[in-house]
Write a protein that binds this ligand. Structure first.
Ligand code: ASP
Length: 439
């Protein structure tokens, strides 16, 4: 039995946090593969080391003096080393970093040093082997992560390795140039390592006790989610749940390895289990509710649209030609609406409108801006009657006008479009009806 444990930046922001992490790892013999992030914020006014590295490298790139900035980063690590009373010097590593910054090694290389250095400290602290992610996490020439080659290489490298630390967030191209994932990408590394060692669980340690039913910035102290499926999480992540990087699900999902989100500051909490499938019912009919503001609806009318073969394709072609992806396309007999991200669409709206006219010859096009989309997600909805009814009566009572409804055929989610200004009220109404007032 092997566990892969990934620790986020706030779990490794100081020596004190490192000690908590050490205790967590030592408390369970199965925690053999560790993926650290770079040191995060020690308090609300602090700066993440990754951000310090980006800023420092920017100076190097502009040919300006960056010594002070690099020294501040060095100090952050030294404080951790001293606090842990380690006999470790990162002097040589910093010399190499300075040289590479001067030679303009790239911002990916710069950012990756946060995890790289933290990995060296962690390996030294635990007495585990250090494996540079650049050797085992590989990217193809087009910049995409190469899952199969990485899996083969990582598996081979880890064969016979008892315990190791593999820094998160980065890998390399075949020629050795460092490449990072997008921000928060250490979550992906953890998942990749879990797949390679066929772990029985991927523990993702952060600073919250799991995933919450709704955004705490909107709902006061929302309930936590005990178990959620990969599919449900995917829907909610897309709509803004950001406990875990969106792409972190894919590697473990292939092997059916569950992810357990845990809190470094409250290790006794069970956290949230993210699983392939479960017979465990969620506590409420809905598993979670999330949403995003900033959408536009492009409403297209044409009499007899329903009998015109290829109409939808022509409309969507106009979006495609302008490089705009669409979110939802609810339709009626003579109407079709395309939901798009407002900031993406804004600059191209007239090209898209004329494109639709040219390609599909509609009667009328009308654009509605400042809309929000809300996803009500739950595996329990399938077997419960009246869910939609409860949502819409709650919204009606809260005086929220519903502009769009879209229920996926899997009955896993219901998407609702409302005005941006009604967004928070709508989330509150939905949360209350399912979680606070249970009937
Ligand atoms: N340190 C990187 C970031 O701040 C990656 C990570 O923490 O996962 O985005």
């Amino acid at each position: 039995m092997r566990k892969v444990v990934k620790f986020g930046g706030s779990s490794l922001a100081s020596a004190e946090q490192f000690k908590k992490v050490g205790d967590i790892i030592h408390a369970d013999k199965e925690r053999k593969f560790v993926v650290p992030s770079a040191p995060g914020k020690r308090d609300a006014n602090d700066t993440k080391v990754t951000d310090m590295l980006y800023a420092c490298y920017e100076l190097a790139e502009e040919g300006k003096d960056f010594t002070k900035n690099l020294q501040a980063i060095k100090d952050r690590y030294q404080e951790i080393i001293d606090g842990l009373k380690l006999k470790l010097s990162l002097e040589n590593e910093f010399k190499v970093i300075e040289k590479n910054f001067k030679e303009k090694a790239g911002s990916d290389y710069a950012a990756s040093r946060g995890e790289f250095l933290n990995g060296i400290i962690m390996a030294n602290y635990l007495g585990y082997e250090f494996i540079d992610a650049a050797e085992v996490i590989l990217f193809a020439d087009n910049g995409e992560y190469d899952a199969e080659i990485t899996n083969a290489k990582l598996k081979a490298r880890l064969e016979g390795v008892e315990a190791a630390v593999i820094p998160g967030f980065y890998g390399a191209y075949a020629d050795g140039r460092v490449k990072t994932f997008s921000r928060g990408g250490s979550d992906i590394t953890g998942s990749i390592v879990a797949r390679a060692v066929k772990a029985n669980v991927y523990e993702n340690w952060t600073d919250v006790s799991g995933i919450l039913v709704a955004d705490p910035r909107i709902i006061y102290k929302p309930e936590g989610i005990e178990t959620i499926t990969y599919k449900e999480l995917r829907e909610l992540s897309y709509m803004g749940f950001n406990v875990l990087h969106e792409d972190a699900i894919f590697p473990v999902r292939r092997e059916g390895i569950p992810i357990n989100i845990r809190n470094t500051n409250a290790p006794e909490d069970n956290g949230t289990w993210i699983v392939e499938s479960t017979c465990q019912k969620s506590k409420y009919v809905i598993t979670g509710v999330a949403g995003k503001k900033g959408f536009c609806a492009v409403n297209i009318d044409k009499d007899m649209m329903n009998s015109e073969i290829g109409f939808g394709r022509k409309v969507l072609q106009a979006f495609e030609e302008n490089g705009i992806s669409f979110e939802h396309v609810p339709s009626g007999i003579d109407t079709m609406t395309v939901f798009v991200h407002q900031d993406e669409f804004m600059h191209k709206e007239q090209q898209v409108v004329s494109g639709i006219h040219r390609l599909a010859e509609p009667d009328r096009i009308d654009i509605e801006a400042d809309l929000a989309l809300i996803a009500v997600v739950g595996r329990g909805m399938k077997s419960t009657r009246g869910t939609a009814g409860r949502i819409f009566s709650a919204l009606a009572h809260a005086n929220v006008n519903v502009k769009m409804i879209d229920q996926g055929s899997s009955e896993l989610n219901i998407i609702i479009g409302v005005a941006n200004s009604d967004f928070e009220t709508a989330i509150k109404a939905i949360y209350d009806i399912f979680v606070r007032i249970q009937i």
